[in-house]
Design a protein. Sequence first.
Length: 87
Amino acid sequence: MAKVRERMCTLRVGAPLDKAIDIGAIVARVQLERIQSLVAQGVAEGVTCWQPPALKMPSRGLFFPPTLLSNVHPTSIVAQQEIFGPV
């Protein structure tokens, strides 16, 4: 887990056409809202959510930070539904 977190802190979020970027934008606002909702539901179910604390996120566009979920029970919404985001 420590190595995954360390690597996540180095990910670059931004314009998807930039070859130096690791994580691009979310395609549509409805998808971003779905990602946010699923992560929030997971946390409400007791899932532990971790996001890089100092990651620079673009101020414009639809972006969701890379997210690591742990302590996920097989019946959790985040284990049952495909999120289609950087989770």
